[in-house]
Design a protein around this ligand. Structure first.
Ligand code: UFG
Length: 332
């Protein structure tokens, strides 16, 4: 079985992907600097190297010891707001880190990589659902760095033959059905964890950012896709590359849009009581509607999301938040 290096394997989507890879029998090695990742999110049977992808010697050391067949690359900063106030921090880590990674992969002849990209590469879409061939005009630095990283894979592949897939996630959400791992960002900025924190009392309320969008109820519409479905897509993308698949870019979403108000209503049904909600002003840079076409991932990779219901997605997230009201802090 192939040996996979997961960079950022202690983070939200990374840790769920590690669980999925191990379930499918891959040998997994994790590298994470634990700046935003959590030691407790690391699968107990995976080997963890603590270090930074900007450290070339650190990466070279892992590749020399471990004989890695392919890399899954999650290691990046991902706060859209912070990326606008501190863009160079994002370029240094996301783009700079990927440059060091690719240099090390070239030098150590590691041939394949699955890359964690984002719907943020599209910016304000011209049409819905969004196709991979649609224009990419990011409206924030975070999306700009993800697009720059995609480009770096493309040109490096041409020069050195490394094969890659870029997976553009829409709104990752939910938690592992075991309840052992889930979403824990600091600060938390994402809708579903904030709604559930307002539900369990660790936060006063959920602020709805804008009710005057041209959408079904005036609030923003997003495509919520379960983190375990994303994890499955990484396994499929790896198998595709390991079987000789060509470079490609894939959207990953459920293809259904839910408004902020709809998510809050569904969450109220799942938790069984009202959730304190406050109407607030728009958040800068939020597109009104983002919904994916994932037909390409379905056709080429054979990916099929299993968590299509927003209720089931919220139930898994609620199981995690109820058991871990303070996130991974509880487990330390
Ligand atoms: N929202 C609120 N209140 C909150 C938090 C969010 O109303 O307290 C709204 C946002 O305005 C947005 C929706 O809920 O309309 C979803 O917001 P998230 O922050 O959960 O997610 P985003 O759609 O902003 O961002 C996600 C990923 C980013 C990625 C982006 C792509 O989290 O990493 O999609 O556009 F860049």
């Amino acid at each position: 079985m192939s040996k996979i290096l997961v960079l950022g394997g202690a983070g939200y989507i990374g840790s769920h992907t590690v669980y999925e890879l191990m379930d499918e029998g891959f040998e997994v090695v994790i590298a994470d600097n634990l700046e935003t990742g959590h030691r407790c999110a690391v699968h107990p049977d995976a080997k963890l190297y603590v270090g930074d992808i900007r450290d070339r010697a650190f990466l070279d050391g892992i590749f020399k010891i471990e004989k890695i067949d392919a890399v899954v690359h999650f290691a990046a900063y991902s706060l859209v707001g912070e990326s606008m106030t501190d863009p160079l921090k994002y370029y240094a880590n996301n783009v700079g880190g990927t440059q060091v990674l690719l240099s090390s992969m070239v030098a150590n002849r590691v041939p394949k990589v699955v890359f964690s990209s984002s719907a943020a590469t599209y910016g304000e879409p011209e049409r819905i659902p969004i196709l991979e061939s649609d224009p990419t005009e990011p409206t924030n630095t975070y999306g700009g760095t993800k697009l720059a990283m995609e480009q770096m894979f493309k040109w490096t592949s041409l020069a050195h033959g490394i094969k890659y897939t870029s997976l553009r996630y829409f709104n990752a959400c939910g938690a592992h059905p075991s309840g052992h791992i889930g979403e824990d960002h600091n600060p938390e900025t994402h809708l579903i964890p904030i709604v559930l924190q307002a539900a369990n009392g660790t936060r006063a309320d959920i602020k709805v950012f804008g009710t005057d969008y041209k959408t079904k109820d005036g609030t923003c519409v997003r495509d919520y896709v379960h983190v375990c479905d994303l994890a499955q897509a990484h396994v499929k993308a790896l198998r595709y590359l390991l079987a000789g698949g060509e470079n490609d870019v894939f959207n990953l979403g459920n293809g259904v849009g839910f408004s902020v108000n709809e998510v809050i209503k569904a969450a109220e049904e799942v938790v069984g009581h009202e959730i304190p909600t406050v109407i607030s002003s728009r958040r800068a840079g939020d597109p009104a509607v983002l919904v994916a076409s994932s037909d390409k991932a379905k056709t080429v990779l054979g990916w099929e999301p299993h968590y299509e219901s927003i209720y089931t997605i919220l139930e898994t997230a609620w199981k995690w938040h109820r058991a871990h009201p303070n996130g991974f802090d509880e487990d330390r």
